[in-house]
Design a protein around this ligand. Structure first.
Ligand code: TYD
Ligand code: MG
Length: 440
């Protein structure tokens, strides 16, 4: 790093008029002596003498996305993962456009597509920001040169797996190249105070291929996930040095790219909400947000030949088997020989034990041919001895349920929020819960 701010010691590969860290003007001077690369060489200083970084945070203006990103400070490096085709390039181009209109120059580098292709997509997305620069490049050196020339507020590298960081680093997309690219790009980002998005493909198994090994180099890791057979996408934060990791944004892929879903809480329950036997509405948590999902069950007498059919979509099959055994034992309902099919409407994956009671209610509803009233939700974990246990953030869920216009909840015993406009039937056992739902 040849230049250094004499006020705060900030280092940069080029001379800057204003220090991005302490905000002082004309403080950059050539640093003398060999400075180890990578921001080393700063002497220790007493805490009060270190200038507080400016509170400036970059925002895209999409509240859902900004909530997940947690407000990006200058120099932040964001690893942006997702399976191929999920919409990473689309969303990042949209974010690049929005950031360019609010924060100045943004450089979007694609190693996978020609600029003409990216331009076509930008047109389709209605992006025409003059401060958005496109570059089609795989080699790191020209990317760094472009950064030094443009001094962008934001850099997008799409993707990390297409960067050729060193000629002797083996095949492109290989571990050495990916690691080296991430290391050099995050060093550049820190040195210039430039927010950097590094796109990274995730394989089907959900692992970052290679980039799992670069996670320690980045400040924020987000993942764009598809929702089974739907246009819905969840942008989930898995690591955040600047904010909460609990946040999830619900987005929808359409002809003009990804848009925010107006009312995600109610997105997963059918709009008519006609009471149907075998359906139960459950408040589940996605990050800090309560989503209402409809769990659907279909039971039928087994054929008698071989083991009964058990199928689930969006629910854990093992958990379902346990719940069927609990129903058999504590309610005396003979589900053992029945074929049981379970699904979460709308394609969401529900892994929370808080959905147990809803799963049981849906199964019982189907067995009895009786519907749960459409103004009622069911929540609670079911234990092996047939007891109903409290759930994480139970009061918050009920608060949200009330806000969304439901009037009744069957829930575990426990503290309730004050002034709750919801009739809560508190239960301690599965059998009490089924009685309350008139499924007993
Ligand atoms: P893409 O962003 O290329 O995915 P990734 O970079 O994660 O591999 O998007 C892939 C899909 O998105 C592609 O099948 C087309 C679809 N798409 C839309 O539905 N609407 C749009 O406006 C755009 C640009 C893409
Ligand atoms: Mg892409």
């Amino acid at each position: 790093m040849p230049y250094r701010c004499r006020e705060c010691g900030y280092q940069s590969p080029k001379w800057l008029g204003r220090c991005p860290r302490c905000g002082k003007w004309e403080t950059f001077e050539e640093s003398r002596g060999a400075m180890p690369e990578g921001g080393g060489g700063e002497p220790p200083r007493p805490l009060p003498e270190i200038p507080t970084p400016s509170g400036e945070r970059l925002a895209t203006g999409l509240p859902e996305v900004d909530r997940v990103l947690g407000g990006l400070v200058p120099g932040a490096v964001v690893l942006f993962g997702g399976e191929p085709g999920v919409g990473k390039s689309t969303l990042l181009l949209q974010l690049a456009g929005r950031l360019a209109s609010r924060h100045g120059v943004v450089l979007y580098v694609s190693g996978e597509e020609a600029v003409a292709q990216v331009k076509l997509r930008a047109e389709r997305l209605g992006i025409a920001e003059p401060s958005l620069y496109l570059q089609s490049e795989q080699e790191l050196l020209p990317i760094v040169r472009a950064v030094e020339e443009l001094d962008p507020a934001v850099l997008v590298v799409d993707s990390l797996q297409t960067v050729l960081a060193r000629p002797d680093g083996g095949e492109i997309g290989g571990l050495v190249q990916v690691r080296e690219a991430a290391a050099q790009l995050s060093r550049l980002a820190k040195g210039l105070g430039m927010v950097t998005f590094l796109v990274s493909h995730i394989t089907k198994g959900g692992e970052f291929a290679g980039p799992k090994t670069v996670e320690h180099l980045v400040d924020v890791t987000v993942q764009l996930e598809g929702v089974r057979e739907s246009e819905l996408r969840l942008l989930r934060c898995v690591k955040n040095r600047f904010g909460s990791t609990a946040e999830v944004a619900v987005l929808q892929m359409g002809p003009s790219g990804l848009t925010e879903v107006a009312n995600p809480s109610l997105f997963f329950v059918s709009q008519d909400r006609e009471p149907k036997p075998g359906a139960a509405v459950v408040p589940v948590l996605e990050g800090s947000r309560t989503l209402l999902v409809e769990i659907q069950a279909l039971t039928a007498p087994g054929s008698g030949f071989g083991p009964p059919q058990r199928r689930t979509a969006g629910l854990d099959l093992n958990r379902t088997s346990v719940l069927l055994a609990v129903i058999e034992k504590y309610l005396g309902v003979h589900v053992r020989a029945m074929d049981v099919y379970l699904a979460v409407a709308g394609g969401l994956e529900v892994r929370e034990p808080a959905a147990d009671l809803g799963v049981c209610a849906a199964i019982l509803g189907s067995v009895r041919g009786r519907a749960i009233p459409s103004d009622t939700v069911v929540v609670g974990e079911v234990g092996l001895s047939g007891e109903v246990r409290p759930v994480r953030r139970g009061p918050e869920r009920l608060q949200e349920v009330a806000k969304l216009g439901f009037s009744r909840a069957v829930a575990p015993k426990g503290p309730l929020p004050k002034r709750l406009s919801l009739d809560v039937v508190q239960v301690q056992t599965l059998s009490q819960a089924m009685d309350a739902l008139e499924l007993g």
